[in-house]
Design a protein around this ligand. Structure first.
Ligand code: PEP
Length: 247
């Protein structure tokens, strides 16, 4: 039985006081005792203080693949572990596009993260042009092959895959139920083919892209959907609480 997972990707939003208030509200026992694993991904400048508050588990929105050294502005996997930040998003489409992250860089980051014992939320997703050309399955398969290159089954056991069609992120557009089920089933079979059936059955595959309080319950009930990565709707207590409760 796979435990449901809900991640709140706050991106570059919320000032310090706002973020702190929201984190405290979400960390109340009524929500943190949910059956799902709920992880907050705030701006990294808030991570160490939030970690000391001992609320919900925390994740970083990015890391760098080297261990230490002259990399101005970068954050290492070991530094995240040292403040009890146990999760990290890797390969989000905003990093791939706005920050020109290639599959090769994504793969280096995944390797560093899993080998530092971080739980990785590996994001993949196709553009509208790719979907309209009916190339979405092979596109995602390539992102998985390249992103997980040189990793073995054991190293992926703490990895979660987030399928996030780029055209659905922050746009108010959702993939349809059948599009989601097709892709999640495809990802699961692709993991079985490249790694093992047992990993394909245990790995969590979550959906992201304009999930909100109105559509979450339906999306989370779809076959092969183990939860969601939530952007905009995680920035307000009421909407995120409803999403969590919809599980
Ligand atoms: C995201 O960026 O991971 C995301 C799912 O954003 P939104 O929910 O705002 O579409």
């Amino acid at each position: 039985m796979r435990k449901k997972f809900i991640g709140a990707n706050w991106k570059m939003n919320l000032l310090y006081d706002e973020a702190k208030k929201l984190f405290a509200e979400l960390s109340k026992p009524s929500l943190s005792a949910s059956d799902a694993e709920i992880v907050i991904f705030p701006s990294s400048i808030y991570l160490s203080e939030f970690a000391r508050l001992k609320g919900l588990p925390l994740g970083a929105q990015d890391l760098y693949f080297d261990d230490s050294g002259a990399f101005t502005g970068a954050i290492a996997a070991r530094q995240l572990k040292s403040i009890s930040c146990d999760f990290v998003l890797i390969g989000h489409s905003e990093r791939r596009i706005t920050f020109s992250e290639t599959d090769e860089v994504v793969n280096l980051k995944v390797k560093r993260a899993v080998r530092t014992d971080l739980n990785v939320v590996f994001c993949c997703g196709e553009s509208l042009a790719v979907r309209e050309a009916d190339k979405h399955l092979e596109y995602i398969e390539n992102q998985l092959i390249n992103g997980f290159k040189d990793l073995d089954e054991t190293e992926l056991k703490n990895c979660i895959i987030a399928y996030e069609p780029i055209w659905a992120i922050g746009t108010g557009l959702n993939a349809s139920n059948s599009e989601i089920e097709e892709m999640h089933g495809f990802i699961r079979s692709s993991i079985a083919k490249r790694f093992s059936t047992s990993l394909s059955q245990s790995i969590r595959i979550i959906y992201g892209g304009s999930c909100n309080q109105d559509n979450a319950s339906e999306i989370f009930s779809l076959k092969d959907v183990d939860g969601g990565l939530i952007g905009g709707a995680s920035l307000e207590f009421e909407s995120f609480e409803k999403i969590i409760k919809s599980l």
